[in-house]
Ligand binder design. Structure first.
Ligand SMILES: [Zn+2]
Length: 262
């Protein structure tokens, strides 16, 4: 009692074949604290004991709160789904988002070259601070043209998608032969087309990804505790300003996470 913990956001049944295999994010009952279960924007939250993870003592509560969802999701996408290999070229869309800022760091941890996109120069400068090798200002530049230029027309091995309709065509067009597109979201819309001729002739893979497993969160928290991955907090607001925090997120001006404190 009284021990500091980080809560794994994913809640699953704990007894189905997927859960027993450690793939709890494939459980048919899988959901998240604060999504289908009340909690998150609250002073108290009730959750299964198994969701309590070791607390990285080098972090403040606000920093620790910014880790689980985005780092776990980005790790599952890049490492488990896209099978990221050292030295590969990775295009990270939306560098200022929570998952984007996590993905840049994870790809760099694997010794990859990272090309990151964002809509403002300020965000691109922060992406570079996180380790991005090259950046693309997507409001004034064509993502696919810049990727082709930066990779000597080869394209990237992995595209980290979560933006959806607005970037989908550029994402597919940015892939090298044998490239993998991995996605965890559709913020700008879910309608997309794939030219099947390119899909097979260029041997592309399109991979869906949803959250991550508790084991992946354990790995991520260990790397955070060692200072090898760093949570990115844009700002901290009091719980009473929850509505203001959501309005701020909808403006899309943040870089990293917006955290509510109690
Ligand atoms: Zn289950």
């Amino acid at each position: 009692v009284g021990q500091k913990v980080v809560l794994a956001p994913g809640v699953s049944c704990g007894k189905c074949a997927a859960c027993l295999a450690g793939a709890d994010n494939r459980c048919r009952e899988f959901t998240n604290l604060g999504y289908m279960i009340d909690g998150g924007c609250a002073e108290y939250v009730r959750c299964p004991e198994v969701n309590c993870m070791p607390y990285p003592e080098n972090l403040s509560f606000e920093e620790a709160a910014a880790v689980p969802l985005v780092f776990q999701t980005a790790w599952h996408m890049l490492v488990t789904r896209a099978q990221l290999q050292p030295g590969e070229d990775v295009l990270v869309l939306g560098a200022g988002s929570g998952v984007g800022s996590a993905a840049i760091q994870i790809a760099k941890f694997f010794g990859c070259r990272v090309i990151a996109t964002a809509g403002t120069d300020e965000k691109l400068a922060k992406a570079k601070q996180l380790g991005a090798d090259d950046v693309i200002q997507h409001r004034i530049m064509s993502i696919r043209k810049e990727v082709r230029r930066l990779t000597h027309n080869r394209g990237v091995d992995v595209v980290f998608e979560h933006v959806g309709t607005a970037t989908w065509d550029d994402s597919i067009a940015s892939l090298a032969v044998g490239g993998r597109l991995v996605t965890c979201g559709a913020t700008t819309g879910f309608d997309a087309k794939v030219d099947i001729r390119f899909l097979f002739s260029r041997q592309l893979s399109v991979l869906g990804s949803y959250m991550g497993t508790k084991e992946e969160l354990r790995i991520v928290l260990k790397l955070v505790a060692e200072g090898r991955l760093k949570p990115v907090v844009d700002r901290v607001l009091p719980l009473a300003s929850c509505a203001e925090a959501h309005a701020y997120l909808e403006l899309g001006k943040q870089f990293g996470k917006v955290v509510l404190s109690v």
